[in-house]
Design a protein around this ligand. Structure first.
Ligand code: FE2
Ligand code: FE2
Ligand code: FE2
Length: 279
């Protein structure tokens, strides 16, 4: 198997990890607060680690990590059905990793995929357990159809945060500037927090988080990447600021201002990096 074929297989795995992350986050936010939601979110975090390892391996082979999202299984209407969908998604992943472990020759990559496979087997067991648990506890979808101005602001935020998470991760994988790489990863994690805060808030007020993203900057030169990242941060810092002023709920106002301040911090971090990159 040549390099390009290996990259293609790993990118397929990466896309499916991406799909799993979003499927599980949808389910976790839909369940509302509670132990099971936390456990599902923890599984989504495992998938984020897988995505990260796969992306680094792809870059190591000279490839570019794909930003496509793999197929999700989101047909269930009740929480136990969601958990069955998650079992199915893990089964898809297990089958695919087993095949890829067989077809890929590189021993280091084989080892990595085996490591991921063992996580997926454990996830399948957890989700099987959650099917029964959701039934026993009568877990229900807490989301509603709220679509007023507040709900729209929060969904705008969810969409923005998802977009920059993908953008900063891609930039962190593609840059050769080690300091920028580290900062981009750190800020991507901070954006994941933002997405979680906004989505949970929205689900808690009977809205329905839509985890979809807009255009991601695919620059390959570090200075270009940082400039794009600064531009988007400036736009959203202003938007969070504007939204915070309009919203009356004091806690929500505080949340939006906190996110705004984080975005301002990101502008400063990226601006310093850009200056150093240009020197
Ligand atoms: Fe998994
Ligand atoms: Fe953010
Ligand atoms: Fe930001």
């Amino acid at each position: 198997m040549n390099k390009d074929e290996t990259i293609a297989l790993l990118n397929k795995d990466l896309e499916d990890e991406h799909g799993a992350i979003i499927q599980y986050l949808n389910h976790a936010y839909g369940m509302g607060e509670g132990e099971m939601a936390c456990e599902v979110e923890a599984i989504a975090r495992d998938e984020m680690r897988h995505l990260d390892w796969l992306a680094e391996t792809i870059v190591g082979l000279g490839g570019t990590p794909s930003l496509k999202r793999g197929t999700m299984r989101m047909v269930g209407k009740t929480v136990p059905d969601w958990m069955r969908d998650d079992v199915s998604l893990e089964e898809d992943a297990i089958k695919q990793y087993q095949e890829h472990i067989k077809t890929i020759d590189d021993p280091k990559i084989k080892r990595l995929l085996k490591r991921i496979l063992s996580d997926e087997e454990s996830h399948r067991g957890s989700f099987e357990h959650f099917v029964g648990k959701a039934q026993r506890e009568g877990a229900e979808d807490v989301r509603g159809t709220r679509e007023d101005k507040v709900a729209k602001v929060l969904n705008w935020g969810v969409e923005h945060e998802y977009t920059v998470i993908l953008q900063y991760l891609l930039h962190s994988y593609m840059t050769k500037n080690e300091e920028a790489k580290e900062e981009l990863q750190d800020q991507a994690i901070n954006e994941m927090q933002h997405l979680g805060w906004l989505a949970e808030e929205l689900a808690g007020m009977k809205g329905s988080p839509r985890i979809e993203h807009t255009e991601v900057d695919k620059s390959t030169k570090t200075a270009r990447m940082l400039q794009a990242d600064i531009n988007i941060e400036k736009e959203v810092a202003a938007e969070y600021d504007r939204a915070a002023k309009e919203i009356e709920d004091p806690d929500l106002k505080k949340l939006l201002l906190r996110i705004r301040d984080n975005e301002i911090y990101h502008i400063d971090v990226f601006s310093d990096l850009l200056k150093e990159e240009q020197d």
